[in-house]
Design a protein around this ligand. Structure first.
Ligand SMILES: *Cc1c(COP(=O)(O)O)cnc(C)c1O
Length: 399
């Protein structure tokens, strides 16, 4: 490799223009569908939301799908419909985004953090088993980067102990566990349609389940606790009549968002193939370098490739991860870190007294993780530039 000076030290960057970590892929038909929605005059929850729900359910094989304004809302409702109470416990992997833990805290319940598998960054079923107590009500799995968790073991554990398994599948559309798309593998599944996710509606999410009662309760609670059954029962009163059956939330999706979602949904396999091709090129470039460990994907699953998270072999480098990220940014390559484990954050540390070493796998992987750009619409040149920038930075800091 060239002994070029890093851009960080005044050298010439690998690329002239900034490559963002992510850029949403919005095509002309998404724009046309949104314009049609605006012209049609029905802006909030309506026919497009209903169609989007039906199509996501049909695509993933789930019986019910409820369009919402975020995955956080979907997970909050998942815990509401199972009747989570203050003082209950929910097992949550520490290696995740803020939302996975906070929804448990909304109830005055405790998120019991557990460690992850160092290869996949997914929740370790053995750690889950060890964390189960008589207060445990549910387990939340997170498919990091889109790699499905070990669902055979998690389902056996959950159902064997009378617990509910909730999948935080914010990264996992479309991901397959033993040939099955995630969406109905766990008891309840939450998808995110946030701006950076594989399918975006700007902000949005969906709750999927095969259970009729969970779905019915989630529908009611997603819109002010207003019962639709009351409308059916009291039709003689007219369409203005409604009944509040519980203090619900305001979590519904808009038809403007669903317009984006409907078009994005038709492209999921193509987008995934584009990301998989990028991942294959990264793997081919990095696999033989001792400084980098490429992501591992178990044989019996298919990842959405929402994220590509190689790990730095820090013993082979004279720089830490923060320095490497700064150097890549100076080469005009945007990166990110997924995730800062929950137990390292002040609230969790102070509330529960977690030490950094409490979850050694999560801590060690977090310190080595760098997420590289992987999104449909990246050009061959963009991918080459990322590889060249990583090569240059690694060569410079080779120990
Ligand atoms: C993005 C994300 C969420 C939250 O999704 P929203 O739709 O923004 O609420 C939850 N969990 C994980 C792992 C995420 O990455």
């Amino acid at each position: 490799m060239l002994a070029e000076r890093l851009a960080l030290d005044g050298g010439t960057p690998v690329r002239e223009e900034w490559l963002p970590f992510h850029r949403p892929r919005i095509e002309d038909d998404e724009i046309a569908e949104v314009v049609d929605t605006l012209r049609g005059g029905w802006l909030t929850t309506g026919p497009r939301c209903k169609r989007f729900e039906r199509e996501v359910a049909a695509y993933t094989g789930a019986k019910h799908a409820l369009a919402l304004n975020s995955a956080t809302a979907a997970m909050h409702l998942a815990l509401e419909v199972i009747g989570l109470q203050a003082g209950d416990e929910v097992i949550v992997p520490t290696y995740t985004f803020a939302a996975t833990g906070e929804v448990v805290l909304y109830f005055g319940a405790r998120p019991v953090l557990v460690d992850v598998d160092p290869r996949t960054l997914n929740v370790d079923p053995t750690a889950v088993e060890a964390a189960i107590t008589e207060r445990t009500r549910a387990i939340i799995s997170v498919d990091i980067g889109g790699v499905p968790c070990d669902y055979d073991r998690l389902l056996e554990l959950a159902h064997g102990r009378g617990l509910v398994l909730i999948d935080d599948a914010a990264h996992a559309l479309p991901s397959r566990y033993r040939g099955r798309l995630l969406g109905s593998v766990a008891d309840l599944t939450a998808f995110s349609f946030y701006a950076t996710k594989t399918l975006t509606t700007g902000e949005g999410g969906m709750l999927l389940t095969n259970d009729d009662r969970y779905d019915e309760r989630a529908q009611v609670m997603s819109l002010h606790g207003i019962s639709k059954d009351a409308w059916k029962r009291y039709t003689s009163e007219g369409s203005w009549y409604y009944e509040i059956v519980a203090p619900g939330f305001k979590y519904n999706m808009t038809d403007v968002a669903a317009a984006l979602g409907l078009r994005q949904l038709t492209k999921q396999e193509r987008f995934r193939a584009e990301r998989a091709a990028i991942a294959a090129r990264y793997d081919a470039a990095f696999a033989s370098w001792p400084e980098i460990q490429v992501p591992s994907v178990p044989d019996d699953v298919e990842t959405s490739w929402h994220l590509y998270i190689p790990r730095l072999n820090l013993g082979r480098l004279s720089a830490d991860r923060a320095r490497v990220i700064k150097a890549l940014a100076a080469e005009n390559v945007g990166t990110s870190v997924h995730f800062i484990p929950l137990h390292l954050h002040p609230w969790y540390r102070e509330r529960y007294g977690y030490q950094p070493a409490a979850f050694p796998n999560a801590l060690a992987q977090y310190e080595r993780a760098v997420s590289l750009p992987i999104f449909p619409g990246m050009t061959d040149r963009d991918v080459e530039d990322v590889i060249a920038a990583v090569a240059k930075v690694v060569a410079h800091y080779r120990a």
